[in-house]
Write a protein that binds this ligand. Sequence first.
Ligand SMILES: O=C(O)CCC(=O)C(=O)O
Length: 267
Amino acid sequence: MTQEEFDQHVLHMQLQGYAVLPAILTPDECAEGIDQLNRLARQREQGGFELLFNKARIFERSYQVPQLIRFIRHFLGADALLSSMHGSILPPGSGGGGLHADGAITGHNRSQSLAAADGQRRITSHIIALNTIHCLTPFTATNGATQLVPGSHLYDGLDLPADHLRQARIVAAEAGSVLVFNVNTWHGSSANQSEAARYAVLNPWRRQWTRCEYEVARLVKPEVVDRAGEDGKIIFGQGATPPYLEMWQWDREQGGPKGEWAHLHRA
Ligand SMILES: O=C(O)CCC(=O)C(=O)O
């Protein structure tokens, strides 16, 4: 991605609340991701589609592509956290169920978290969190591609925009692209009217100082963090976990008890 392309995507995020970054995954990587989702679909009741980074090496690509990480950190800071990683297979005849904004459970778009002092308005001045949808198959006008309301990241109410049906746009994208959008942007899958399933991986990201959807720092497998290298502890928030001991017993760098208190470590 050239600097000019990067800047255009940044501008699109600012004005429209989303951007499509092309060619983040290769065709082979998409094919491997689809195979793994098909395998994991059989274990869906046992969490097959949750925290995918623990389930197959291919999903580690979601945070290994430098141009994507650079884009995410441009908005959320250099210590941005991966909040979860979900698989999505949208079969023919499904999708199109309505629009929502993310962050309604653990994030700032939770109705109970709006404050009277803010006039019950949500935070629109800064991007607090992002969602990234990795398209493993092409996203088309008819196969359940994500639809969203351009510009709705700036709406300061929590209610669905009045004319959302007229304003919503289906975002077409090549396989291997990543759709990135502001957590405030109203969105949802469109109806899959095609003959084939739509495959994707959904990776939400958060600011380091907000709450993630899972306690990723504790749930990620150690070998997955190791393979992520220098970035692993940052992306999985291992230095961001609050101490469950007194501060003097806590190793901030490691995100766990200091040596002599290691027996108190919580997995
Ligand atoms: O699958 C899609 O197109 C939308 C996913 C979605 O709504 C979400 O991740 O919050």
